[in-house]
Structures are given as C-alpha cells and as structure tokens.
Design a protein around this ligand. Structure first.
Ligand code: PGA
Length: 258
C-alpha cells in the first residue's frame, strides 16, 4: 500500500504566537517518528513563513489554504501561486466548500487556480463534496463527478499526477458528524473509477484521495484503513499538536495494517 498523507487545514485560527508554538510542537512530536506518512501544515497566509522556516528540519511540508485565480498584477488583496512557491510553500488547498460558499467559487475558478499552481510547481489539493440536501436526494455522486470533471479533467496525464483530491462531504465539515467508513469508501472508490476512465489504471491507483470532515484521533484509523482512503484533510483536530499527531500515527498504523 502507498504511504498515506495527512494535511492540517487551520482555517482562520490562531494568533501569531499560538501559530509559532503549534508549528514547533508538531515539529518536535514528529521528530524521531520516521514517518512514511506525508504531513502538510496549512496555516493562514500570514503564518506561512513561520512554517516554511521550520519545514526544512521538520518532517512536514507547508501548504496554503487558497491562492488567486489571477497570475499577478492589479488584483488588490490577493496572493499568487508564484508568491507561495517563492516562500517555499509546496501545497495549496483549492475549492474548499467554505470558499465555494462564502466566496462563490465555481468549478471554473478552481480550474484556473489549479493551472496556476501547477505552473508554479505547487501541488493543488482540490476539494469536492456534496451538501446534505444533495446526499438526501441521492445526487451526491453526480455532484462530485461534476466538480471533479470541471475542475480537473482538462489536465494532461502528467499534470493530473501532481494533484491531490480531498473528498469532504459538506455536512461532515466542522459538525462532528463524520461520514461512516463505508460512505467514505464508496465515494472514494467512485472518484478513483472516474480517474481510471479518464487517465488509466496506473494514474488512478497512484492518485491521492483524502477524506475530510470531522476526522479525529478516534475515527481516523477506521477511515484510513479503507482501501481507497489515502489519508485525511483535517480541520478542527489539526489545531492541537497531540490530536493532529495522533491522527498521523493512525495513518502510520493504517499503512502497516493494510
Ligand atoms: P473539520 O474540517 O475536520 O473541522 O471537519 C475539515 C476541513 O474543512 O478541511
């Protein structure tokens, strides 16, 4: 089984000092664990440099939570993919449901961001997932298929290989209501089949499909041992070093158990 990946999405949390403390605490707890799991911390923009300063000696990489859909220029308040790359940031979350909801991001906007990130050699972590009404009306597969096709399937095989997908059912984000391992596995396997049809078996097998939505130290192992769940995108539980590291340890156990 391929190594897992665990990404911490801090969202808009922590003071500067708290961010520094958390980065240091996670770094210390990970040192000496000889991890196979890829670990990525995604703090708010302003704290990215705190994280990239430590990333060289620590066992984690650094990701942003968003980037501009524009390359550069007169776009007040935005941060470009290229700027992130220059700072040593290696990953960037795009299309998170909170951005779709509060900032009206469409699949087409997300596709533009993916292209710019790839141009700057960053790994886009592309989020997809249905809202509760869509699941209740059995439209969840259709919704996720459209999100993936419209935001990613314009990519060449080579570019697609650099992308990470995160399935995050919106009803599970920050609610404490996790998808069951069966629900996660069912959707992850559906997504992998979509990739297989478009890009072939080898690329589908090596693609990373992470689960996100109230994943915590208690439920991580059961989710991560599902055959098509390659790790997690963690929100609330990534804000405490002990909880986050426990999830990374669950990923390590899942690699050994499979
Ligand atoms: P949560 O958030 O773990 O707090 O549910 C996950 C996410 O939104 O990425």
């Amino acid at each position: 089984m391929k190594p897992k990946m665990v990404i911490g999405n801090w969202k808009m949390n922590k003071s500067f000092e708290e961010a520094d403390d958390l980065i240091i605490a996670i770094g210390e707890q990970l040192s000496g664990l000889k991890l196979k799991t890829g670990v990525v911390l995604c703090p708010p923009y302003l704290y990215l440099e705190l994280a990239t300063d430590h990333a060289d000696e620590a066992d984690f990489s650094v990701g942003a939570q968003n980037c501009s859909e524009y390359k550069n220029g007169a776009v007040t308040g935005e941060i470009s993919a290229e700027m992130l790359a220059q700072l040593g940031v290696e990953f960037c979350i795009v299309g998170h449901s909170e951005r779709r909801k509060f900032f009206h991001e469409s699949n087409q906007t997300i596709a533009k961001k993916v292209d710019l990130l790839l141009e700057s050699q960053l790994v886009p972590v592309v989020c997809c997932g249905e809202v509760i009404e869509e699941r209740k009306s059995n439209q969840h597969f259709e919704v996720v298929e459209k999100q993936i096709k419209e935001s990613l399937f314009h990519l060449s095989k080579e570019d697609f290989e650099s992308v990470v997908i995160a399935y995050e059912p919106v009803w599970a984000i920050g609610t404490g209501e996790t998808a069951t391992p069966e629900q996660a596995e069912e959707m992850h396997s559906f997504i992998r089949q979509l990739i297989e049809k478009k890009y072939g078996t080898e690329i589908a097998y090596s693609a990373y499909i992470l689960y996100g939505g109230s994943c915590n130290a208690q439920n991580a192992l059961e989710l991560f041992t599902q055959p098509n769940v390659d790790g997690g995108l963690i929100g609330g539980a990534s804000l405490k070093a002990n909880d986050f590291v426990a999830i990374i340890e669950a990923a390590e156990t899942a690699i050994k158990e499979n």
